[in-house]
Design a protein around this ligand. Structure first.
Ligand code: IMP
Length: 429
């Protein structure tokens, strides 16, 4: 039995939460390796709905849950989430939750900067979640970030805060934000430090031991390949690498530890925030997809943009993301359409193109090429076996497999944990 890495194959919101919860049931350890509280994973178990943002989905099942070094962590948000999870009856203690000592903190000044820049950018905004994710990663790469290990060393913390504010002071002044003093930042950190410190540990060591002991690890990706800072629709992306290759660096394990790579892909396409979206629909079909699919952001509540399935994009995600098998979600949202469309490629200035070019102008100029496929009138919601599906739905799934160049190994047919059709056990691959 190997490990499994789960990543999003489109622009996020593919239904990763449910799949990860389903897989967490079969894993011993669940690890987050990038992103932060910009993620929103919804898990429905019976009549309970858990909305997780920073906590690895393993907490729902009481599995060892690790927030890896690649994650940027807002400690106030983390503590609120722990309180919320506890109020729903989950046991979240330092016995099961580990926070990497070399992970970066998101501070209130990062959130200020994220929001002020977006407000200032007007029409040129990225459409971020406003959680300070980008500015925190900038400080990490700029080697001036505060990390959780620093919380135990007051002297080092003072120097680090000075260094951080030398950078942020000038930015805040330029953006018209009120001044922040070293004492203010120190007070903020000292207030939260005692609450988070019990969770802070060398995560790489605990994980390395777990792997040596043959425990099964699930690496839980957030956001998705097309939001990857290198491979996505830059600059309309998040500030981390979201591809499977990041699982190793963001958790502190070797590249072979990630195991089988599972990509979560919605049966149509959605995106929140700004940026190119070749198959976006501005008509009643797009509206219908949004309504039937309840397409509102988990974190921000913003309506998601909706469009037909884009096989060219997913084909690209599969290659750069290292995806070996796909989980297709929300097929039931397509129930009742007379005909469906799948984008198989594009034309750019009249020439055929079968991938997403890196340039923003080229991305904006793509015209999708569609293939029409027959819809189905029966429902696929709640189907638990392949034979419960209408023949046209099976045909749709098979055509997607052909076009994207990867097998559909799981089909999720409702938000409920058990409404899942398994073609192949990812842990067995
Ligand atoms: P940031 O990650 O808050 O900087 O936002 C950058 C872009 O990524 C924006 O378009 C967000 O809408 C998008 N984004 C970030 N996290 C998620 C997510 O979990 N699901 C979908 N989109 C996301």
């Amino acid at each position: 039995m190997g490990n499994v890495t789960v990543i999003g194959g489109q622009w996020g919101d593919e239904g990763k939460g449910k799949v990860i919860d389903w897989l967490a049931n079969r894993a011993d350890v669940v690890v987050r390796f990038q992103g932060g509280n910009n993620a929103g994973h919804t898990i429905v178990v019976g009549d309970k709905t858990y909305k997780l943002s920073l906590l690895p989905s393993g907490v729902v099942q009481g599995k060892l849950s690790v927030i890896g070094n690649g994650v940027v962590v807002d400690p106030w948000s983390l503590m609120d989430e722990i309180d919320r999870a506890r109020s729903q009856g989950l046991e979240v203690s330092p016995d099961i939750l580990i926070l990497a000592d070399n992970a970066t903190l998101i501070l209130p000044l990062h959130r200020d900067l994220d929001q002020a820049r977006e407000a200032r950018a007007g029409a040129g905004k990225i459409g971020t979640t406003g959680r300070g994710i980008g500015p925190a990663y900038e400080d990490k790469v700029g080697r001036r970030a505060i990390r959780f290990a620093d919380l135990a060393d007051r002297e080092a913390l003072e120097t680090k805060i000075e260094r951080l504010l030398a950078h942020h002071g000038a930015l805040r002044l330029g953006l018209g934000l009120p001044e922040v003093t070293p004492a203010m930042v120190m007070d903020q950190i000292l207030e939260i430090a005692p609450r988070v410190s019990p969770y802070v540990k060398p995560a790489w060591r605990i994980l390395g031991q777990a792997i040596r002991d043959g425990r099964r690890v699930l690496f839980e990706g957030a956001q998705a390949t097309l939001l990857d800072v290198d491979h996505g629709t830059y600059p309309y992306v998040t500030s981390s690498n979201t591809v499977a290759g990041q699982a190793a660096a963001g958790a502190g394990v070797g590249p072979q530890a990630g195991g089988y790579v599972l990509g979560i892909v919605k049966a149509y396409t959605t995106r929140v925030g700004e940026g190119p979206f070749p198959t976006e629909l501005h008509d009643e079909v797009g509206q219908r997809l949004g309504e039937r699919g309840h397409e509102f952001g988990t974190v921000t509540g913003r309506p998601r943009r909706c469009g037909w399935f884009d096989a060219a994009l997913v084909r690209q995600s599969i290659m750069v993301g290292g995806i070996q098998g796909v989980v297709l979600t929300k097929l039931d949202v397509l129930d009742g359409f007379k005909t469906l469309k799948i984008c198989t490629g594009y034309t750019l200035r009249g020439e055929p193109v079968d991938y997403l070019p890196a340039g923003l102008r080229d991305q904006a100029g793509l015209e999708p090429v569609y293939e029409e496929i027959e819809g189905w009138s029966d429902t696929t919601a709640g189907a638990r076996s392949w034979k419960d599906l209408p023949a046209a739905a099976v045909k749709y799934v098979r055509r997607i497999e052909e076009l994207i160049g990867a097998p559909v190994v799981l089909l999720s047919t409702s938000p409920q944990r058990d409404d899942t059709i398994m073609m192949r056990d990812p842990f067995q691959d």
